[in-house]
Design a binder for this molecule. Structure first.
Ligand code: UD1
Ligand code: UDP
Length: 383
């Protein structure tokens, strides 16, 4: 466990940001830059160590030129209880030493919940970024994490009107809800010009619109052999175009422990690669004919980049993308996935025109600025 406590200056608002998993680093990047540039704020970034492979964490610090975290709790992998408990017991002494006026937690991972609970039990106010997202499926660990985090937060930063309304329905006070828009949209707007310059399509020898992108890592798909088998069967049948598949470490482990990894390797149209960088992934989403995913973030990125999306889940917290007709919720039904994919290929031109006209319910891309202003005008103590 390594600590390196930053120095605080008098009169500053001291904020600790807790992150640990890939999407949290990505969605926090504009906020970290903005807070670090503000004289009135002292930001400490605490990495839980939930993700630790280079391509799951450090690549994003490098790609976004972010400073190293103030502390890394190095908790690593484990069961939900072990991981959550380990983060809490290692985070508590750091928060007691740093004494932040506020703890900020983005997203819905075990790092989010552990950060929120630890702070709340020390009576440190908690602010949740991406509050109010609901799939209404309590079998998903992320749903439990979101709900509990929201209910121990005193400031709730939401991405959309639907998220704000979800919180109101659960009895959260209107004054605590701040609809600031989606921080991932902000990252995308900032990074898209750079993403367009990556050489990933060339490296993978794929042409724009002549491949599909697959990302898969959710527990309900990957740890359930029947679901995994059905999804892989669909991908194997989609021979009409290449399928680029950056494999999440959880998924690699599960595919390798069955015969499914070798089955995928035998298919000439499937390109299995290590997880790619953010810029590479954005380039892959933008240029894909369509995306197949169970990721929360990738569903939204496909929506913003006007790429049709097949979501390999039965529900989603980003219901707007489905209501607007850009996202198809298909679960793990092999025939449905293949039929919808073929329909997307057949109607590509008409779909392009339809997606180009859709409104964006995810705000104006200034979420971090709005979060900063809300915190600075709050009654949080300065030291
Ligand atoms: C976690 C989040 C999920 C999020 C995802 C983003 C929870 C409950 N889940 O899922 O909401 O969508 O991150 O990617 O917090 N592993 C490695 N190297 C790593 C990290 C993980 O090999 O750097 C392997 C380990 O075998 C580990 C498994 O992946 O047991 C799962 O990792 P974990 O962090 O528990 O969950 P994710 O599936 O990554
Ligand atoms: N992502 C990435 N490389 C990959 C796969 C995903 O950079 O190989 C990015 C993706 O563009 C998005 C974020 O990771 O910004 C989503 O994270 P993930 O799918 O791991 O988690 P979720 O959003 O489901 O919580």
């Amino acid at each position: 466990m390594s600590y390196a406590c930053g120095r605080k200056k008098l009169g500053k608002l001291t904020v600790a940001l807790i992150l640990g998993a890939r999407p949290q680093i990505i969605k926090s990047s504009p906020l970290i830059r903005l807070f670090n540039a503000d004289e009135q704020v002292h930001l400490s970034v605490i990495h839980t160590g939930q993700h630790y492979d280079y391509e799951m964490t450090q690549v994003f610090f490098d790609e976004f030129s972010l400073p190293e975290p103030t502390a890394n709790l190095e908790v690593g992998s484990g069961s939900h209880a072990q991981q959550t408990a380990k983060i809490m017991s290692r985070l508590e002494p750091v928060l007691l030493e740093q004494k932040p006026a506020l703890v900020l937690v983005p997203g819905d991972t075990n790092s989010t919940l552990a950060g929120a609970l630890t702070a709340a039990k020390l009576n440190i106010p908690v602010a949740h970024i991406e509050a109010g997202a609901r799939s209404y499926d309590n079998r998903m660990p992320e749903e439990i994490n979101r709900r509990l985090t929201d209910h121990c937060s005193s400031m709730l930063f939401t991405a959309t009107k639907v998220c704000s309304e979800n919180l109101l329905k659960e009895g959260i006070r209107k004054e605590s809800i701040h609809q600031v828009g989606d921080t991932m949209y902000e990252v995308l707007l900032q990074q898209l010009p750079k993403a367009e310059k990556t050489a990933i399509l060339k490296q993978l020898a794929v042409q724009p619109k002549a491949y599909a992108l697959l990302t898969l890592h959710r527990q309900e798909n990957v740890d359930n052999f029947e679901n995994l088998k059905r999804i892989i069967a669909a991908v194997v049948r989609l021979e009409k175009l290449a399928v680029v598949f950056p494999v999440h470490p959880r998924t690699r482990k599960q595919l390798c422990s069955s015969n499914l990894y070798s089955k995928l390797e035998e298919q000439r149209h499937i390109k299995l690669v290590e997880p790619v960088s953010y810029l590479e992934n954005i380039s892959l989403i933008k240029n894909a004919c369509f995306v197949m995913t169970d990721s929360g973030g990738v569903q939204k990125e496909a929506f913003w980049l006007k790429t049709p999306c097949i979501t390999l889940r039965e529900n989603t917290e980003w219901v707007e993308t489905v209501q607007l007709g850009a996202n198809h919720l298909l679960g793990s039904d092999t025939d449905c996935i293949v039929n919808t994919a073929e329909e997307i290929i057949r109607n590509a031109e008409a779909l392009d025109k339809k997606l180009a006209k859709l409104p964006n319910p995810f705000g104006d891309g200034l979420a971090s600025q709005k979060i900063l202003e809300t915190l600075k005008t709050s009654r949080l103590p300065r030291c």
